[in-house]
Design a protein around this ligand. Structure first.
Ligand code: SF4
Ligand code: SF4
Length: 396
């Protein structure tokens, strides 16, 4: 496992961090024995950075990680977890959340503590006005929090405002070969680095979109260089090629993903992409951008929708239609979001309340896009067909 040094505090961090938002599941719950075994196995192979959050897996991710780190593992790793700003209206809320997090994680200190999903400077200012930063600084003096940072989903200019507004110990951004010019962007990454702020990268595979659902043309472009390298490997190598990136987070759900990622992390150095490999990426980006309609990463921060719409599901089906040139996309859309679901969740169920848009890190105009999805994926015959199919299949 390759490591990089946190330039701010000297921590030697594995370049692969374990994102704890996509543990394997059994039914609706985390498959605990399997997830614990995966965490411990990855530690044995050199992973020492674990990124969770108060809200991941409906609050169960922190508890699972705490459990997995019992028996001597805690001291071998750095835990990163996050404060959800939307749940903090007064300082007391933040204090209670922190107390719960320490309890769930079964620890008395958090190595890397982030303000979760800042999207603009007013959001940061609000937390400052509530005394959150002052309180975190106090916790840092006491040793309960070792490093104060933030994760970001928003526009480049907002990132620039926030990253320069406070002497951060680290920050976390979405970055991958499709998002070089999206959100914090490459210039944001370079700005953070120039300020001496270590950068943790999330969404290196854009919520799996850079692995699954790739157009044939993209796969062929990758294969034209190397038949054995997977799209995931290409994407990870692209991120690690940046020396400004300290840790890349991967939300790993299977043992195979862990084994693959660890192998790649052991082989990949900064500034190692050849000119030929860069050309492959340029071609791939061209093809992908032509075909992606809605830049949804399936993070599900917009969920649940009070009207029952599966927002990421709708966008995923819609995007797949173009990314994959999938002729059966409309049928799959009907199957998964309407006709054969116990709870229908298709786009035209949207009541336009706007609640979801406040939470979208990609700043997607969800209502407008859902109208388009409805128009393109449903059409006028959709509801009658859904109704007949449901009756036929005896679905209430
Ligand atoms: S705007 Fe539509 S999709 Fe968004 S939360 Fe409201 S009903 Fe759901
Ligand atoms: S619409 Fe936005 S918040 Fe919802 S899943 Fe997609 S990216 Fe995430």
């Amino acid at each position: 496992m390759n490591t990089r040094v946190n330039v701010k505090n000297g921590d030697q961090l594995s370049i692969l961090g374990f994102g704890c938002m996509r543990f394997p599941t059994k039914g609706n719950s985390i498959d605990e024995p399997r997830a614990i075994a995966m965490i411990r196995d990855s530690i044995a192979k050199g992973v020492n950075y674990f990124d969770t959050a108060y809200i991941y897996h409906g609050g169960k991710s922190e508890s699972l990680l705490g459990q997995a780190l019992l028996g001597g593992y805690r001291e071998k790793v750095k835990i990163a977890t996050k404060l959800p700003p939307f749940m903090v209206n007064k300082l007391d809320n933040a204090k209670k959340i922190m107390a719960t997090q320490l309890e769930r994680l079964q620890t008395n200190y958090i190595d890397y503590y982030l303000l979760h999903m800042l999207t603009d400077k007013p959001m940061f200012d609000r937390l400052v006005s509530l005394g959150v930063l002052e309180w975190l600084e106090q916790l840092k003096k006491e040793g309960t929090v070792k490093n104060i940072g933030f994760s970001f989903h928003g526009k480049k200019t907002d990132f620039e405002d926030i990253v320069q507004a406070y002497p951060w110990d680290f920050c976390q951004i979405q970055y991958n070969y499709l998002d070089e010019n999206n959100q914090a962007t490459k210039s944001g990454l370079l700005l953070a680095a120039s300020l001496g702020i270590p950068v943790i990268v999330m969404e290196p595979l854009r919520g799996g979109k850079l692995v699954n659902n790739l157009p044939e043309k993209v796969i062929k472009t990758f294969q034209s260089y190397d038949k054995h390298r997977t799209p995931a490997e290409w994407a990870l190598r692209w991120v690690w090629n940046h020396p400004e990136v300290t840790v890349l987070l991967s939300g790993m759900s299977t043992e195979e993903q862990i084994a693959d990622n660890i192998r790649i992390a052991s082989e990949t150095e900064a500034n190692s992409l050849s000119e030929e490999e860069r050309k492959v990426f340029a071609k791939v980006k061209e093809v992908m951008m032509e075909k992606t309609k809605v830049p949804c990463t399936a993070c599900a921060y917009c969920m649940p929708c009070p009207a029952g719409v599966d927002i990421p599901g709708c966008f995923s089906s819609y995007n797949d239609k173009y990314l994959l040139n999938d002729k059966s996309a409309r049928w799959k859309y009907m199957q998964t979001l309407g006709a054969l679901s116990v709870k229908p969740a298709y786009a035209s169920m949207c009541k336009e309340c706007g609640k979801c848009e406040k939470h979208c890190p990609q700043n997607i105009e969800i209502r407008k896009e859902l109208r388009t999805v409805s128009k393109e994926m449903e059409g006028i015959l959709y509801k009658p067909i859904v109704s007949v199919a449901r009756k036929f299949l005896k679905i209430k």
